[in-house]
Design a protein around this ligand. Structure first.
Ligand code: SAM
Length: 262
């Protein structure tokens, strides 16, 4: 169930992601973050299309994973994040090789107030909007800083499977049976435990669970038009190479959204 006792505000979120910064960075560097590295990351980059020469703003940039992907493809990139530590790690990556990425510590809900209106061609957000306490304000701000004809291309945790109540049934041999999902319409903050199994240390973060229609109401009422939607899942070859990813070949874990500002 969403937990009303769970804190989910600017300060608590900044503290959680500060604490997570080292483990999060190592998680990617080690290759253990394979859902990202082999699935939703490349799918998100592909959805952005040709970015050479574009001015890109990445919201909730973390250690700069998606900023680097955009800069590597010829975009001029600004990354913002609430967490000072995440920005610190992002800047460390900028040293070798420098890609000219500008990192700013800022609440994404404030981009409309702090950044020049209509000054970006593309706004991206990689698996971060659901981690922000005020996603509706973030989406409105993204609309304001985009030029006409610009796009917002975001990946989020799929609201159908990223539920307050979620548990894999286990078969006798320990493999995953069916995924038990419940409480889709219970909106609110949900605490998520990142286990130490695949990273340096365990930590917790809080995300907002809302329905698919909530997300679409926010994007459409900001003024965006839907241009594309994808639910990336691994093909047989990827599952054969990465058997751990068989779970997301059965149910959608990730949602990619492509919105246009006309
Ligand atoms: C799951 S991480 C994703 C980071 C990065 N986009 C990536 O793909 O690795 C979520 C990030 O969102 C950031 N975040 C949460 N709320 C934010 C807000 N209101 N403004 C800016 N960043 C925020 C967190 O600090 C964290 O770095």
């Amino acid at each position: 169930m969403p937990d009303d006792e769970v804190r989910f505000d600017r300060q608590s979120v900044a503290e959680q992601w500060d604490y997570a910064a080292e483990a999060y960075d190592e998680f990617q560097a080690s290759g253990n973050d394979f859902y990202r590295l082999e699935l939703f990351g490349p799918a998100h980059v592909a959805m952005c299309g040709e970015v050479r020469g574009l001015r890109v703003l990445d919201l909730g940039c973390g250690n700069g994973y998606f900023c680097r992907a955009m800069a590597h493809r010829g975009a001029s990139v600004v990354g913002i994040d609430l967490s000072a530590k995440q920005i610190e790690y992002a800047r460390r990556h900028e040293v070798v090789p420098p890609q000219g990425i500008e990192y700013v510590q800022l609440d994404a809900a404030l981009v409309g107030e702090h950044l020049e209106p209509e000054s970006f061609d593309l706004v991206t957000s990689c698996m971060a909007l659901q981690d922000m306490p005020e996603p509706e304000a973030v989406i409105l701000g993204a609309f304001q800083v985009l030029r006409g004809g610009g796009r917002l291309v975001a990946s989020i945790a799929h609201p159908f499977s990223d539920l307050p109540h979620r548990e894999w049934e286990r078969k006798a041999d320990g493999t995953k049976g069916a995924l038990k999902l419940d409480r889709y319409f219970d909106r609110g903050p949900v605490e998520y435990a990142w286990p130490a199994a695949r990273m340096l240390y365990a930590w917790r973060s809080v995300s907002i669970h809302v329905t698919l229609s909530d997300w679409f109401r926010w994007f459409l009422s900001a003024g965006f038009l839907l241009r594309g939607l994808e639910e990336p899942y691994p093909d047989e070859e990827l599952v054969a190479r990465r058997p751990e990813m068989e779970d997301c070949a059965r149910l959608p874990y990730f949602l990619l959204l492509d919105f246009l500002k006309t």
